[in-house]
Design a protein around this ligand. Structure first.
Ligand code: SAH
Length: 359
């Protein structure tokens, strides 16, 4: 929670940790925590917390660091109002955050790491590897800043931005509890989805916590040969082990899992791939009476220059969905938001770091 300079990262603290900080570090009464927690979580800078004395504000500024991300660039889609932020962190690194406007409310898509070490071949976020994990303050800071800047309430969070959330497990779990605090953002577990490429040991660990969040699993292929060719994580945990963990997750939390399937022309989008996918999902997850509802989200691959992968044609996508439906598996093709601002994650950050190198 403290940096190398021993400054306290206030926004990463739970309400009780904040109380201890005031009492033990500053010799202040406990109620100070209640005074500042709601303000911190609305993105109010310490200097503007006028319910505290000037002397206390100065003391706090000396001892604490402000890890709220700063807006470096902001793009707004003329087509659907999607907003994409490039945020600059305290140490100069950049991450991306997207706000999507749906009829049921605003959803923010947040990053979980600076970069990613999972190496999925089609993904822009992993090209430069993982730089570091995000702190709980930097995770929640994206939601706070998105809400503050748009001036509209954020009601849902998806962890589908840059990084692998389960590779930053402890900070993500801390974030999930912080964001649900009633005195803060008050966004409950049921309004949060976490997407993973399949870090199986951490799926079991997450299941044991029994948090009612929605898990999205990036499957993208029905068999080990196809999956290992595009997702290196599959060499560690194969499809069967991954689906076993999914079944365990459903058993413990009762929350249905949604499977992400990115359609890449000629790689994983044939009729045979669709049939295999239906068969493997049905046999792994629909055994016995505790049959699990299955939903597959089909995403035409977003073409990234460096990967050379091409998106599947409209007919191939429709045919793929039809095969799944015919085998009793619900499949939807993801509506693309913010296509005019390149809203998929990873590319803006790469552009920004490219600029930095050129300068
Ligand atoms: N690491 C997590 C979350 C981040 S990526 C995960 O892998 O799930 C969010 C989703 O976007 C994942 O399903 C990921 O596989 C997918 N994705 C990554 N690059 C993509 C691209 N170029 N086109 C389409 N989907 C992509």
């Amino acid at each position: 929670m403290t940096s190398e300079y021993e400054k306290t990262d206030l926004l990463s603290l739970s309400p009780t940790e904040l109380e201890s900080f005031f009492v033990e570090k500053l010799g202040e009464p406990k109620y100070r925590a209640k005074q500042i927690f709601p303000l911190l979580h609305r993105g109010v800078p310490l200097s503007e917390m006028t319910n505290l004395s000037k002397a206390l504000r100065e003391k706090l500024s000396e001892q604490c660091e402000d890890r709220l991300p700063r807006i470096e660039r902001k793009l707004v889609s003329a087509l659907d109002g999607t907003v994409k932020y490039l945020f600059r962190l305290l140490d100069g690194n950049c991450i991306e955050t997207v706000v999507m406007k749906y009829n049921h409310g605003n959803t923010v898509c947040i990053s979980s790491q600076v970069g990613c070490r999972m190496g999925c071949r089609f993904c822009a976020s992993t090209i430069g590897g993982r730089v570091r994990n995000l702190e709980p303050s930097e995770l929640i800071g994206q939601v706070i800043m998105a809400q503050k800047d748009t001036g509209e309430r954020i009601s849902n969070i998806v962890m589908m931005g840059i990084g692998e959330p389960l590779d930053n497990f402890n900070n993500v779990v801390k974030f999930l509890s912080l964001v649900g605090c009633e005195e803060g953002l008050n966004i409950g577990y049921r309004h949060i989805s976490l997407s993973t490429c399949g870090v199986v040991d951490k799926i079991y660990e997450l299941a044991r916590l029994e948090l009612p969040i929605t898990l999205s699993v990036s499957l993208h292929a029905p068999d080990n040969e196809t999956r290992s060719a595009i997702m290196p994580i599959n060499n560690r945990w194969g499809v069967e082990e991954l689906l076993h963990a999914c079944r365990d997750y459903y058993g413990k939390t009762g929350r249905r899992i949604s499977f992400e399937y990115t359609l890449i022309s000629g790689k994983n989008d044939s009729r045979e791939n669709a049939e295999k996918l239906a068969a493997v999902l049905n046999s792994a997850l629909r055994k016995g009476k505790d049959s699990m509802p299955i939903h597959v989200n089909l995403i035409p691959v977003n073409e990234v220059r460096e990967t050379g992968f091409k998106r599947s044609g409209g007919d191939a996508i429709k045919a793929f969905a039809a095969v799944l439906e015919s085998k009793g598996i619900r499949a939807t093709v993801r509506r693309k938001l913010g296509s005019d601002i390149n809203a998929s994650c990873g590319q803006l950050r790469r552009e920004a770091s490219g600029e930095a190198i050129n300068n």
